[in-house]
Ligand binder design. Structure first.
Ligand code: SAM
Ligand code: SF4
Length: 348
């Protein structure tokens, strides 16, 4: 295997970015706004505001980052936030991701690149046509409950009917797999686990249960009381629906997948706290204010903004990616601490 000169160990001859611990970095998460119209307690949302906060990157700047990252071998791009649908130019961002893949990955069949969003789906119905036209390939929807009242409580006022409309629109558009993500909090929505799992009985959804991570400050001090381990969530699913069967899973993906025999969909468990998957982590994140964050759980960030002003910004941004990959920690897991930046401003 050959290496790019000057960055031995970090970029292979087939342009794959490898971190200091030998992990290939291939999945990019771009947080495009810290604003959100929901108030999920575990995420520490700031509010909606009338404008993006000062310092939020423009679409062209995200375009540079996308070209840099795809040039370094990234295979998937997921737009997140905050709520990415609050960003009016989200279709432009999706189109920029496709342009980057089209220009830099001629080996991929046109339009086949994994370009996705993670959304609360409350405004998805009206935004989806433009996103599809821009080339959106897949959607992850956060759905913490099936009961409308529990949903409203968990999301600080979210209207589940609008989320179901968004989910239906994604199904009609044929974007698969449709992943529905639920963060489980004791005393908030843990009673919803069996009903959420049952959504996979007739539909080919991937319902994924996510362990609550201490990435909020609002609930600081109540974390341990709210945390529900994945083993307990799985036990609740099996108590209601019978034993789960294992489904083969991409080892670098955070979810371990299962299904109830004969059911249409999959049930996944993302257990970053009780079963950390840091050794197979393939992700890096960029925040909406232009900070490159090699690890979700570690607060170290690398500023991309000076590189975005360089004469050759794509090459300069790639240099920051290389430095950040070299500094990506083996594991970011720590005891609960107060966070300089909470989940809503990082992008899950
Ligand atoms: N607003 C969009 C949404 O809710 O899907 C995208 C942003 S949200 C930060 C991305 C994901 O992070 C969601 O699935 C959310 O449930 C998850 N999340 C937020 N805070 C979390 C926490 N403290 N622990 C685990 N997951 C969290
Ligand atoms: Fe908003 Fe998503 Fe955070 Fe909920 S999880 S507050 S929808 S950003």
């Amino acid at each position: 295997m050959g290496w790019r000169r000057g960055y031995h160990r970090l970029v292979t001859s087939d342009s794959r970015l490898v971190d200091a611990h030998g992990r290939v970095v291939k999945d990019l998460r771009l947080s495009v706004t810290p604003r959100c119209n929901f108030r999920c307690t575990y995420c520490d949302p700031l509010g909606i505001g009338s404008h993006e906060p000062p310092g939020t990157l423009q679409a062209e700047q995200f375009g540079v980052i996308l070209r840099a990252a795809v040039g370094l071998g990234m295979e998937s791009v997921r737009f997140t936030g905050g709520e990415p649908l609050l960003r009016k130019d989200l279709p432009d961002l999706v189109a920029l991701a496709h342009e980057a893949f089209g220009a830099l990955r001629p080996d991929l069949p046109p339009g086949s690149a994994d370009v996705a969003i993670t959304t609360n789906a409350s405004a998805l119905t009206k935004r989806l046509p433009d996103l599809l036209a821009a080339g959106l390939r897949r959607v992850n929807v956060s759905l913490d409950a099936v009961d409308a009242d529990v949903f409203r409580l968990a999301t600080g006022g979210g209207d589940i009917a609008r989320v179901w409309e968004g989910i239906a629109a994604v199904e009609v558009a044929g974007l698969t797999p449709l992943k529905l993500n639920a963060v489980v909090l004791r005393g908030v929505n843990d009673d919803q686990v069996p009903a959420l799992a049952a959504l996979t009985r007739d539909k080919p959804y991937h319902v994924r249960f996510i362990e609550y991570m201490h990435l909020d400050n609002a609930a600081f001090g109540t974390y341990d009381a709210r945390f529900v381990p994945g083993s307990e969530i799985r036990a609740a699913v099996e108590a209601a629906h019978g034993a789960l069967e294992s489904v083969p899973t991409d080892p670098s993906a955070p979810a371990r997948l299962f299904k109830v025999r004969g059911w249409a969909g999959n049930i996944g468990f993302i257990n970053p706290v009780s079963e950390p998957f840091c050794s197979t982590c393939s992700r890096m994140r960029v925040t909406s204010d232009g900070m490159l964050r090699p690890c979700l759980l570690n607060d170290r960030e690398f500023d991309l903004k000076p590189a975005l002003c360089a004469p050759d910004p794509v090459a300069a941004v790639q240099e920051v990616f290389l430095v950040a990959a070299n500094r990506k920690v083996a594991s970011g897991l720590t005891a609960p601490v107060e966070r300089p930046r909470t989940m809503v401003a990082i992008g899950g």
